[in-house]
Design a protein around this ligand. Structure first.
Ligand code: SF4
Ligand code: SF4
Length: 433
């Protein structure tokens, strides 16, 4: 057995716990998860069914943790996990799964298949079977601090542009403020308008905030590739900066898996509770709206629909916040299905970072185009830069003419202008006395 295969098998064994055991032993092979997965429905390929993607982990569970499997192993009857098998499954575990969790929603026995696929990735990565695109992104995240290789001077340059365009100061390394904003490299390099939007909204809302020069990156490649140690190291960088700056809340930006990584997995990854809250930007904006600090005008009359990013709505819980923020839009149309059952864009879970998966991404994106077309909307909003990048790419591939925009950026375009200050009327009142 090669050293890497040995590592991979040991990593898979370490993933087997009571949750995994109960999931595998309770699967009734009903096939419902298949119909919930866009990689199956759009390709019709039976090997892309969700439960089949967990086969490396299932084989280890069966052969090492069940009596029948152990006997079968002794008799040479159990299906083996070897390099050839893992190589064959690489495309299924990584390219054909965005970890969107839609399959987990429909399983009648409550099997969280997306979690099982993440656990399978832990074994694949340890066995040296992770795709090159994700290995490169993860290496850059660890050594440079960003999966796209974005360094602080690049963000500084974008901040300067934002300050010139808005006349507003973007706070950096300011201690004791309410919010520390994280950014994904995609926002910094592809959508810097997002930083501008946040600066305008927070200025109007009177919110105190900062960006940390030491930990600005929100994305967590450790989660995507399946290496928990790296995921924990990247979370720890954010925690160290948030504690150093004594902020009350860390804001996860418009990036799906970043939110999962820092909010839902973060404390477990580093083994301790955070001293600050973590909120998604949509939740923060909705809080400000409820407090009367974010006032929006209802002038947006384009036909809009909203794409729920899987890790922000279905897996993250910010489904309703997006709708509350869109209350002032005059022609908002829901997709079918929508909210927690919305279809994925096809590029999450690291799929967008794998150039070899582009054709498959474009193929499965057809389900999203049909959903949007069925609403009659001319513009699709989203709250995830990775979804946006994926959709922009597939939109160009299919020559699709619908507009795409960030929800936060749209809100910034509709801020209510300053209302007259009550004291402005004083001289007039004085004349009447
Ligand atoms: S998590 Fe999403 S992409 Fe992955 S198998 Fe399940 S439905 Fe398919
Ligand atoms: S939906 Fe659940 S029970 Fe049915 S095949 Fe999939 S994992 Fe098994």
């Amino acid at each position: 057995m090669s050293a890497s295969l040995d590592k991979g098998i040991n990593a898979l064994k370490r993933q087997v716990d009571s949750t995994v055991a109960s999931f595998f032993s309770s699967c009734v092979h009903c096939g419902l998860c298949a119909e919930a997965c866009l990689f199956y429905t759009e390709t019709g390929d039976p090997k892309r069914t969700p439960i089949n993607k967990t086969e490396p982990l299932r084989r280890i569970w069966k052969s090492e943790f069940t009596l029948i499997g152990r006997v079968g192993k002794m008799l040479g009857l159990t299906k083996r996990v070897d390099d050839k098998f893992l190589e064959e499954w690489q495309e299924l575990v990584y390219d054909s799964c965005t970890l969107c969790g839609r399959c987990s929603m429909v399983c009648p026995v409550g099997n969280d298949i997306a979690l099982m696929i993440r656990k399978t990735r832990e074994g694949m990565a340890a066995a040296g079977q992770a795709p090159d695109g994700l290995i490169g992104a993860t290496t850059r995240a660890v050594t440079i601090g960003s999966p796209m290789g974005v360094k602080w001077p690049a963000l500084q340059a974008q901040i300067r542009h934002v300050e010139e365009d808005t006349g507003l100061k973007v706070p950096v390394d300011v201690a004791g403020v309410d919010y520390m904003l994280l950014l994904s490299s995609m926002e910094i390099m592809n959508f810097p308008e997002f930083i501008e939007a946040v600066a305008k909204i927070f200025d109007k809302a009177g919110a105190t905030w900062t960006i940390s020069s030491e930990a600005f990156e929100a994305t967590n490649s450790g989660i995507q590739i399946g290496v928990s140690d790296i995921a924990a190291e990247l979370v720890q960088r954010v925690v160290d900066s948030a504690e150093k700056l004594r902020v009350k809340t860390v804001i996860s930006p418009e990036c799906g898996h970043a939110y999962t990584a820092i909010r839902w997995d973060g404390p477990n990854l580093i083994g301790k509770a955070f001293t600050f809250k973590v909120r998604h930007i949509l939740e923060v904006l909705d809080d400000l709206r409820k407090a009367g600090r974010l006032k929006l005008s209802g002038k947006e009359s384009r036909k809009l629909t909203y794409h729920d990013p899987c890790q922000i709505s279905r897996r993250g819980g910010a489904t309703a916040a997006a709708r509350y923020l869109l209350e002032d839009a005059t022609d908002f149309r829901e997709m079918t299905p929508t909210g927690n059952f919305n279809w994925c864009c096809g590029g999450g879970g690291g799929v967008q970072a794998m150039s070899r998966a582009a054709d498959l991404r474009h193929k499965v994106f057809q389900i999203k185009m049909k959903q949007v077309e069925d609403t009659g909307a001319s513009m699709m909003l989203s709250a995830c830069a990775n979804c946006r990048l994926t959709m922009d790419d597939s939109k160009a591939y299919w020559n699709w003419d619908h507009e795409l925009e960030s929800l936060v950026e749209l809100l910034a375009e509709h801020l209510v202008e300053d209302e007259p200050h009550p004291f402005d009327a004083k001289p007039h009142l004085a004349t009447n006395m």
